[in-house]
Design a binder for this molecule. Structure first.
Ligand SMILES: C[S@@+](CC[C@H](N)C(=O)[O-])C[C@H]1O[C@@H](n2cnc3c(N)ncnc32)[C@H](O)[C@@H]1O
Length: 352
């Protein structure tokens, strides 16, 4: 099934101010929003943020799971639920938000303010994985936030490479519960395979397979250790899971919720891939990065140059960041093929 952007929904008034003090949907426009004629409007009130604790019996989330694996160079292989099978079984899944059925009905990858695209892995995630592979970032002991995580591959990579803690955030609770958490569990399961095989001396380091070999679900079935045996481990007690936190909701409500936790988290690394497509969201996104990045921390932002039909893109976001004057922005990678894609780094400007 192929999907497309769809912002034809009628705009309604969203009640809340955003966290940067700029009102959403009020008709007030700053100098920045004037230049975004094709900005989509929000479809309704934003989603209230909530924290999701990992399920007490996580095993059921992986029952009959069909997964695929992405392997980039020497990075540990990353497992995630197969998109096609996920779509086919969508109606059987618990979905308080009803985004699975609405997405299928509207054949849309984005329904502004309702579903923000987290059910598939977007291509800039792969760009970022390749860049990290070249840079050799290790994540060891670091606090990492995967902001707008969707399937969560970037956060999972950090987890596997030994990050001290990883926060995953997605707009939709269904995405977090039905996709992000199961994907984390799939990868925890693999940690156990390695630990139990030959890697006792690396136990607890969160570092696993580095042979660069891609292993498909089918190969798993053919292994001498069948998957069912590997799944006997009690995932709810898994040490990697205790380093994870899961949140859903709009950034404007996610930020105050996270700031309430004690000690307040600050992140050494924030990943955010394909999250700047909607200029209406820039104030809340920028404020979240501003308040949650640790001094000396780094935001990896991966994006397309322009999101046709939606309005956002790198140039607009860069202008927004410049106007705010908080971060410096450096280009790390520019792709030239097809629809141009980029990876940039945001760091706090040095005080003068
Ligand atoms: C296009 S998806 C990208 C998903 C994933 N990062 C990837 O690259 O595959 C955009 C993500 O940004 C997040 N997002 C977009 N707007 C948001 C908002 N206003 N508040 C919170 N999250 C938002 C959603 O969680 C959504 O999963």
């Amino acid at each position: 099934m192929s999907f497309c952007f769809n912002f034809d929904l009628p705009a309604q008034t969203a009640a809340s101010d955003d966290v940067d003090g700029n009102e959403r949907q009020t008709g007030k426009k700053n100098s920045y929003s004037k230049c975004t004629e094709d900005s989509p409007k929000l479809a309704g009130p934003v989603k209230e943020a909530e924290e999701h604790l990992p399920p007490r019996d996580p095993q059921f989330l992986l029952t009959d799971a069909v997964f695929e694996t992405v392997t980039v160079g020497t990075l540990p292989p990353l497992h995630f639920l197969n998109e096609t099978i996920f779509e086919r079984t969508a109606l059987e899944r618990d979905d308080r938000e009803k985004i699975l059925s609405r997405r299928a009905e509207q054949r849309s990858d984005l329904i502004s303010g309702v579903y923000e695209g987290g059910l598939k892995v977007w291509e800039c995630t792969y760009d970022l994985l390749e860049l990290i592979e070249k840079d050799g970032e290790t994540f060891r002991g670091k606090a990492v936030l995967d902001l707008g995580c969707g399937a969560g591959l970037l956060g999972i990579l950090a987890l596997k490479r030994g990050a001290g803690q990883v926060h995953f955030q997605d707009y939709n609770s269904t995405v977090v519960q039905q996709l992000t958490v199961p994907n984390v569990l799939l990868n925890c399961q693999e940690d156990d395979e390695v630990d139990s095989e030959d890697d006792k001396n690396r136990e607890g380091e969160g570092k696993i397979l580095e042979d660069g070999r891609e292993k498909s679900g089918k190969e798993e079935e053919n292994d001498s250790n069948p998957p069912s045996k590997k799944r006997a481990v009690d995932l709810s007690q898994h040490p990697s899971l205790s380093r994870c936190h899961f949140f859903s909701g709009d950034w404007s409500t996610f930020l105050p919720l996270v700031l309430k936790t004690q000690p307040q988290p600050k992140f050494d690394i924030i990943f955010t891939s394909e999250t700047i497509y909607n200029p209406e969201y820039y104030p809340a996104l920028h404020e979240t990065l501003h308040k949650l990045l640790a001094p000396g921390g780094l935001v990896y932002l991966a994006t397309k140059a322009h999101y046709f039909g939606v309005g956002g893109g790198l140039h607009l976001f860069e202008t927004f960041v410049e106007q705010r004057g908080i971060f410096s922005l450096d280009r790390l990678w520019d792709g030239e093929e097809g629809l141009q894609r980029h990876v940039v780094a945001l760091r706090f400007k040095k005080q003068t």
